[in-house]
Design a protein around this ligand. Sequence first.
Ligand code: ADP
Length: 538
Amino acid sequence: MSAGSEPGGDVRLGLLEPPAMLAVALEAYFAFDASGRVLAWNPAAETTFGYTRAQACDRSIEELIVPADARAGSRAELAALARGESGYALGRRVHWVAAHADGHTFPIEMTLAATDEAGGRVFHAFAHDITTAQRASRFTAVESAVARGLAEAESSAVAAARVVEALGVKMGWPVAELWLADDDRQLLSCAARHVGPGRRLRDFALNQLEPGVGLPGRVYADGRALWIPDLRADTGSIRSRAAARIGLRVAVGVPLCTGRHMLGALCVYGDRAEDPEDTLLALLNGLAAQVGQYVLRRRAEELAIELAHTKDEFLAMVTHELRNPLSVITGTAALLDDELDDLTREEQRQYLQILLRNAERLSIMADDLLDLARLESGHLAITPAPTDLTAIIEQAVEAAAATVEDKQLTVTVDLPERLELYADGHRLRQVADNLIGNAIKYTPAGGAITITAGADGAAQMITWTVADTGIGIPASERPRLFRRFYRASTAVDRRIPGTGLGLVITRAIIERHHGTISLADDQGPGTTFVVRLPIKPA
Ligand code: ADP
């Protein structure tokens, strides 16, 4: 090392030329004089603190790497060192928080040594970033806080809040979120969010996302952890852009799953760009597994309560839906028996038709109940083969022609000549019968029904819609629509008969084909169901 003197008489230390070994060391090395002026700065110091050698040398060490709120302390320390005292740091291994050129702060471990040179004392610092090591030890605290939080939580909402709080507060992530999928697996909702002090989320604060959208949606849809090292570079995602606008830089998401159940995603956001790091991923995955087990256990408990409720609904439904057609059948049969000889042939035919119609209603109900039982035991069989959806829809429309005419409904069908896909034709006919049957049943006389279907060759998907101008389904009830025995208030209020089973079975059939069914968003009069089916087998 060399020390020089400035022209003009004052002895001033020149910049140091550290040994070559320090140029390749992983440890950040920097030297400064008693006034805090930087004299040496190796390449590891450049990466650790974000300043090049040229930017750092000759500047005050305090300005460069000491966070504003710690400068009073560092000044006192430097003064002690200048007086020849050991201060807090000299000859010790110390931990403190450093500031990076981009503004974020991070923990470092540092040792400080001094040498006496011709121009005065020189202090030599060796430091390294200990974010990772600190995270691992803090994580143990997070895990026990989460375990305690889950054990004591009186509800899922409280449990979710404790998880994100532990991650946010103990790990220092400015934003931590827990997302859970709804029953239909169509939507993810933010069950809890921790936001660090003084941070405003603005348009980043979404509470619902579709699978595949945003970090939680992507993690949930792919079932894999995802690390976005620099949110500013992830310009394709609207949510990443919103995160970057509020100063968030890195995002990490892990799936919340237990074995084959995908439940949601756990996501944390930090304020400095950071490359994927295995330890953190492993820790987050472990935490997600713990939370996943809890959510599953809680859902099982909630399901047990719902099942007890369902049993009551089932009894009510069976009593009502079975009794009605049965009493019509017994009444009509008794009438026929008493008065057969007095009735004209036309009247006899009318009574027979009443018998047939009600027997059919019972038989449909028996089929639905059987399908439901198969569905619940996982035995709803699908036998796919090359199938023409146009033919299936046309047959279903034709079968409903008499009812359509009775109710004076207008049915418009817009289908290509053929619509080939690989599917179970018998089951798709069941879907068509249910959707068209519902459209007819829930549309008052004089209304209109529109059925369209078409293929998107590029996506290899078929989109099939069944729209009506009928009684509609209130937006607030839509999330419950695909539950067993669920009937919308619009149907119940008008006393339109039904069991609340058709849509459950319909959705199960479509999902077995790897497709989806949903309600179109528009709040206009009536209802539109949208079915999407893959053309080729998965
Ligand atoms: P069901 O029609 O036998 O009650 P579904 O499972 O087919 O059973 O439908 C469940 C509920 O969804 C119905 O009770 C009704 O409230 C609502 N629904 C289904 N289709 C329509 C529709 N096209 N228009 C209005 N409401 C509908």
